[in-house]
Design a protein around this ligand. Structure first.
Ligand code: CP
Length: 315
């Protein structure tokens, strides 16, 4: 494997290997000296055309824990804001001998374009492209699920695990990558969203699809409910009548969560719109994995970097 552009790049064995490596990386992060030499001598560039907190910071921590030389480039503050093209920016990074580019871009397909270009000979990791995919988010979500449900579970997938993905599915790269990876690992994915935010092409790939959250709760027993952020910045039109109506019908709140009737895990990729898709009772609940997901983001990204570019592994 040279690049990670889509969750579909991973077959079941590769996905489980990455989860197992993430478990090992997690142990490294608990040591006093949180360092491995795996990327010593390698230069990793984090090229971010879109804002990010969790992904950017956890990639940088992961790269530093693997001893890489790290360079951060964001659109704001670089020559991208002067209109420089992706090709020219990437060729500039290639000229300074970058080995890996971790890229977040507002355009769906940008990571695919870069990985299939002759502008850059190194590895490309998609850190989120438009509404398309966010494969390392799906990996850290799968790792979090496996760990919380089954403990260390080395070598295991997520067979038979019921996961509800709820909310703004139409604009969510997290939903697209999770739908692919969770299925690869054997989980059952259920999609829940207003009709305007649930594309038919995605609904047909899920085990079930609902426009009514309460009906879904009556019908199914969920091991985890993954709430999605309402992505107002990507909406060119009104997709629901009002925020209060959305929150009432499709938000996860105390009363709705308690009707789920078991220790359902509460997931959210962040950043959360508290009071819109999730209330504080659920966001801060002991069954919420929100901060585990952030912590596991470092381990999952260390695993991806290690398998794509680790000098020890290549040797
Ligand atoms: N989950 C996620 O991608 O968060 P950031 O936008 O903060 O990176």
């Amino acid at each position: 494997m040279k690049h990670l552009v889509s969750a579909a790049d991973l077959d079941r064995a590769q996905a489980i290997t990455l989860l197992d490596t993430a478990a090992e990386m997690s142990a490294v992060s608990e040591r006093d000296v949180k360092k491995l030499p795996a990327l010593r001598g390698k230069t990793v560039v984090n090229l971010f055309y879109e804002d990010s907190t969790r992904t950017r910071v956890s990639f940088e921590v992961a790269e530093k824990r693997l001893s890489a030389d790290v360079i951060n480039v964001s659109a704001k503050g670089s020559s991208v804001s002067k209109g420089e093209s992706l090709k020219d920016t990437v060729q500039t990074l290639a000229a300074i001998s970058a080995d890996v580019i971790v890229m977040r871009h507002n355009a769906s397909g940008a990571a695919h374009t870069l990985a299939n270009s002759d502008w850059f000979a190194g590895s490309v990791i998609n850190a989120g492209d438009g509404t398309h995919e966010h494969p390392t988010q799906a990996l850290l979500d799968a790792f979090t699920l496996r760990e919380r449900l089954f403990g260390k579970a080395i070598g295991k997938g997520l067979d038979g695990v019921n996961v509800a993905v709820v909310g703004d599915i139409a604009h969510s790269r997290v939903a697209r990558s999770n739908l692919i990876l969770l299925k690869t690992l054997g989980a059952n994915v259920h999609l829940i969203a207003p009709p305007t935010l649930l594309p038919k092409g995605l609904a047909s790939k899920a085990v079930s699809a609902y426009n009514n959250f309460d009906t879904a709760i009556e019908d199914q027993s969920f091991d985890a409910v993954m709430m999605l952020r309402i992505q107002s910045e990507r909406m060119q039109a009104a997709f629901f009548p009002s925020e209060s109506e959305y929150s009432k019908l499709w938000g996860l709140n105390r009363e709705r969560y308690q009707r789920m009737g078991k220790e359902t895990l509460i997931m959210h990729p962040g950043p959360m719109n508290r009071g819109l898709e999730i209330d504080s009772f659920c966001a801060d609940h002991p069954n919420s994995t929100v901060l585990d997901q952030v912590r596991n983001g470092v381990s999952a990204r260390m695993a991806v970097l290690y398998h794509l570019a680790g000098t020890e592994r290549n040797a």
